[in-house]
Design a protein around this ligand. Structure first.
Ligand code: SF4
Length: 288
C-alpha cells in the first residue's frame, strides 16, 4: 500500500506543473468544469470529459450567441481560480485615479464631450456618442468608434452590430442595461475609416475618466483598433486574443468587433471562447 503523504506530494507536484503550463500560455485563470454529481454518478469519468465540459456546444448551435447555447451549457458547473502571478489583475486604486482636469461625474463629462472640438472629427459628426448602459457595471465593453447608425442616434452599438453585441452579452447571461458600453472615439470617423493616432490621443482622456468613474471589474475590448489603442501595441488580433491583459490594474480581454463577426461568421467560434473567458473572469472576481 502506497504512502498517502507521497501520493499527496505527487498530486501537488502535478497540479503545480499544470498551473505553470497554463500561466506560460498567458492564462490568468483556469476553469474547473464538470457535471453536477448525481448519487448514481459513481463510475469513472471519461478522461477528456472535464475539458469537453468547458466547451459550449458550438457544433450543434449555428449561432453561439443565442440563449440556446447557454441552456445546453447549464448542465455543467464551473469554478475558476486565479493563477499565481496574476494577483495584479485585482483593480488597483492607483491605476484608476480620477483625472482632475475633467469633470468627476459622468453626466457633466458627457455634456463636455458633446461640445468637444479637440480634433477634426467634430466637423463631420452628427452627434457625439458617449456611452450606454449602467454606471455600476462590472463589465465595460469598449469599441473603436461610432459608425453611421451610432452617429445618427448618439448611442453606441446600435444597428446590426449592436444587435449582435446584445446577443453576445446575453450569451454570458447579462443584459445591455447591466454593462457599460462606449468607444475609444466619441465621434464618427468619415466613412468609418480607422481612427488616426492623433484622434485617439485627443479622445483617450475622456475614456480614461469614464473608466475611473465606472471602475469596472473587467474590460472587454471589441476589435483590433480598440485593443491596440488601450494596450498601446501594434500586435495583430491573432496574437492578442485568447489572453487576459491588464489596463491600469483592470483585467482586459480582447475579442472581435461584432461588425467583424457579421462580415466573417467563421470568427464566432473564437469570439465565443473569448466570451467564456469574460464570463469566467467575472465569476472568479465574484462580479457575476
Ligand atoms: S473624437 Fe473625441 S477628441 Fe475628437 S472631437 Fe470628438 S470628442 Fe473631441
Amino acid at each position: 500500500m502506497s504512502d498517502p503523504r507521497e501520493e499527496l506530494t505527487g498530486l501537488a507536484r502535478e497540479a503545480r506543473v499544470l498551473l505553470e503550463r497554463e500561466r506560460a500560455r498567458g492564462r490568468a485563470y483556469v476553469t474547473l468544469a464538470g457535471r453536477a454529481m448525481q448519487p448514481a454518478d459513481t463510475g469513472p469519468r471519461p478522461r477528456d470529459e472535464a475539458s469537453r465540459a468547458q466547451v459550449a456546444p458550438l457544433a450543434s448551435s449555428p449561432d453561439p450567441f443565442t440563449p440556446h447555447s447557454f441552456t445546453a451549457d447549464s448542465t455543467t458547473r464551473a469554478s475558476t481560480i486565479a493563477l499565481p502571478g496574476f494577483e495584479s489583475l485585482v483593480p488597483s486604486p492607483a491605476g484608476l485615479s480620477v483625472r482632475e482636469d475633467l469633470p468627476d461625474d459622468l453626466g457633466t463629462l458627457a455634456r463636455l464631450v458633446s461640445e468637444c472640438r479637440k480634433c477634426r472629427l467634430c466637423e463631420t459628426r452628427t452627434n457625439t456618442v458617449f456611452a450606454d448602459g449602467s454606471v455600476k457595471a462590472k463589465l465595460l465593453l469598449i469599441g473603436e468608434a461610432p459608425g453611421r447608425d451610432e452617429d445618427l442616434k448618439g448611442l453606441p452599438f446600435v444597428g446590426r452590430a449592436g444587435q449582435l453585441l446584445d446577443k453576445m452579452i446575453a450569451a454570458i447571461q447579462l443584459r445591455r442595461d447591466e454593462v457599460y458600453i462606449c468607444n475609444v472615439l466619441k465621434c464618427r470617423p468619415p466613412e468609418n475609416r480607422t481612427p488616426l493616432q492623433d484622434e485617439v490621443d485627443q479622445c483617450m482622456p475622456y475614456l480614461e475618466q469614464q473608466l475611473a468613474l465606472v471602475r469596472p471589474a473587467l474590460i472587454c475590448a471589441l476589435g483590433l483598433s480598440a485593443v491596440q489603442a488601450l494596450l498601446k501595441t501594434k500586435s495583430s488580433m491573432a496574437s492578442l486574443r485568447g489572453r487576459t491583459f491588464e489596463y491600469k490594474g483592470i483585467p482586459l480581454i480582447p475579442t472581435y468587433h461584432p461588425a467583424a463577426l457579421l462580415r466573417n461568421p467563421g470568427l464566432k467560434r473564437e469570439a465565443w471562447e473569448d466570451l467564456q473567458r469574460v464570463r469566467d473572469t467575472l465569476k472568479a472576481q465574484g462580479a457575476s
